[in-house]
Ligand binder design. Structure first.
Ligand code: ADP
Ligand code: MG
Length: 245
């Protein structure tokens, strides 16, 4: 199938979304080199970041597909671009936590790294102007982020399934999946699909041997070696999974 890039629909913090000529059910995602944190108050970038995240996301979406977990991913069309099924994004950031870190450590007064016996799934409203606030189920329904409780249940169930698969995938490359953010959407057939990206921008990944952070916290907290860490995650994934998926 020959895909033709259409017009720009939306430019986000990390990606540009284009239409696909003649295929309204698809979109064309171009990964940018920019890095943002704290609701884009902190900005940065490095050359090759878009390529790294695009390749990592591709390997992950392919791995999930092998595990029977559907996503929007359709095809890689360039080193920094992929064609995906176009979805109506559910305006929730679905966060899964296996260990305490970041805002939760602060909120509970617990040390970072404490293991969570049974993974937590949380919903945050995807709204930069409001700073992506935490939502209870009732609040998610109240603001109309989803139409019914069943959708929240499906999101939770999918998120936990993805968590199981990804923890396994990352542990094969010596990384601990501490927490991560997912986005879902509805395609034209009315199916709930995993969308957006999964990358060191959206995951906390700690080296199992050294405890070293290998994700966006290096940028958020000025820990240095941001680019090297992103590259290392891709390199390990490619070495282990590159020719298997
Ligand atoms: P943002 O700054 O809003 O987080 P990004 O830079 O991450 O934006 O760009 C991607 C945008 O495209 C996001 O708003 C995301 O929700 C949306 N998106 C991701 N996957 C799809 C898809 N398959 N169909 C439609 N929109 C999508
Ligand atoms: Mg985004």
């Amino acid at each position: 199938m020959e895909w033709q890039k259409g017009e720009l629909i939306y430019e986000g913090k990390a990606k540009r979304v284009y239409s696909v000529q003649g295929s309204p059910d698809y979109c064309w995602l171009e990964y940018k080199d920019s890095l943002t944190a704290f609701n884009a108050q902190k900005k940065g970038s490095f050359e090759g970041k878009g390529l790294i995240n695009s390749e990592i996301a591709t390997l992950i979406f392919r791995f999930l597909k092998r595990r029977g977990i559907p996503s929007h991913w359709v095809a890689k069309v360039s080193p920094v671009e992929m064609v995906c099924e176009r979805v109506k994004i559910i305006p929730l950031e679905v966060v899964i936590r296996n260990r305490i870190a970041g805002s939760t450590a602060k909120k509970l007064g617990w040390e970072e790294g404490r293991e969570i016996p049974s993974p937590l799934v949380e919903f945050y409203l995807k709204d930069d102007a409001l700073g992506d606030p935490f939502l209870s189920d009732d609040q998610a329904l109240l603001v109309g982020a989803v139409q019914d409780r069943q959708t929240l249940d499906s999101l939770r169930q999918q998120a936990l399934k993805i968590n199981g698969a990804l923890r396994e995938m990352f542990s094969t490359i010596g990384l601990d999946l501490v927490d991560f953010k997912l986005e879902f959407g509805m395609n034209s057939k009315g199916n709930l699909l995993l969308a957006d990206e999964i990358s060191p921008d959206s995951c906390r990944l700690w080296d199992q041997q050294t405890g070293e952070k290998m994700d966006k916290d290096r940028f958020r907290r000025d820990l240095g070696r941001v680019e090297e860490s992103y590259r290392e995650v891709l390199q390990r994934l490619k070495t282990r999974w590159g020719d298997q998926l």
